[in-house]
Design a protein around this ligand. Structure first.
Ligand SMILES: [Zn+2]
Length: 291
């Protein structure tokens, strides 16, 4: 469903009017993509105040539980996040608001977070998901007025902390190429996304591109987790970017996935089920190999 300026105004009503004007300008722009960068307030304070705004993007037809999260990037920009549920597919396809905000920051090129503000305490699944961040142990987590660090919320994590330059957000891209010559720009976008996947545990990168009827496109990559289940497939990363944009209600016209030709696991069937729950769009596949 489309969000209107009235929805945004209501969520921003606690802020000074000059701040509301700066934010509304960005939120109502046709190209809005879930990032807020031009504001007056200190970023972390504003992140806490904007949680109701982030929650307006939530789609929770199963639980009815709307969650908002905001990742504060090292650049000072804010990245919205909201939970996403899908009817007719397994509950494991659910994306949590914390994941949504982190993935949004990642897709905008942030390599580190200053803090993560959330409207509800993070579940165990998300605590393990956040453990992949480069500065995970000391990442400030803000819930309401309470601030803590991830290592206090996850005192006995599964897996060692990621080294600097090897975590989700800051790991280097891999080199992949299409087995068949890929001419279309969309195929190349999917390949580029696959190359920037974070897959240190199974080395199975995937890229996903959603093209909408209004000409907008949304790209997603796989974000793997050491415990496997908190991993996010590329299709969800792409759907998250679409949901945080002003094309969230626009018909999906076509999808393209890029994946390795040979791998021990694949998200293709899951991606097809999720897309089919939203759209009749076809999914074309680009098969990849290491370059
Ligand atoms: Zn969670």
């Amino acid at each position: 469903m489309a969000l209107t300026a009235d929805d945004f105004k209501e969520a921003l009503s606690s802020l000074p009017s000059s701040e509301q004007i700066l934010l509304l300008k960005q939120l109502c722009a046709p190209q809005f993509g879930g990032k807020l960068a031009d504001f007056n307030s200190p970023a972390v304070e504003l992140a806490q105040a904007l949680l109701p705004l982030a929650a307006t993007f939530s789609i929770a037809p199963i639980s009815g539980f709307n969650v908002g999260a905001i990742a504060v990037g090292a650049s000072g920009a804010l990245y919205l996040g909201s939970n996403l549920e899908f009817t007719g597919v397994p509950l494991s396809a659910t994306l949590h608001a914390e994941q949504s905000a982190v993935l949004n920051a990642w897709m905008h090129g942030e390599s580190k977070l200053q803090a993560l503000a959330i409207s509800a305490p993070p579940c165990g699944h998300c605590r393990q998901f956040l453990w992949e961040l480069p500065n995970a142990p000391r990442l400030p987590i803000i819930v309401g007025q309470a601030q803590t660090m991830l290592n206090e919320l996850l005192p006995m994590p599964f897996g060692e902390p990621r080294s600097s330059g090897q975590g989700l957000l800051d790991s280097p891209p891999s080199k992949l190429q299409s087995i068949a010559p890929a001419q279309q720009i969309t195929a190349q976008r999917a390949i580029n996304a696959a190359q920037r996947s974070y897959t240190p545990y199974t080395h199975t990168p995937e890229g996903f591109v959603i093209e909408c009827a209004d000409g907008q496109h949304f790209t997603g990559r796989t974000a793997e987790n050491i415990a496997f289940n908190p991993s996010v497939p590329a299709v969800l990363t792409a759907l998250n970017q679409r949901n945080l944009s002003n094309s969230r209600h626009v018909t999906i016209h076509r999808c393209t996935q890029a994946k390795l030709a040979t791998a021990l696991h694949s998200n293709s069937k899951l991606a097809a089920s999720i897309i089919r729950s939203l759209s009749t769009a076809a999914i074309q596949t680009v098969l990849l190999e290491s370059a």
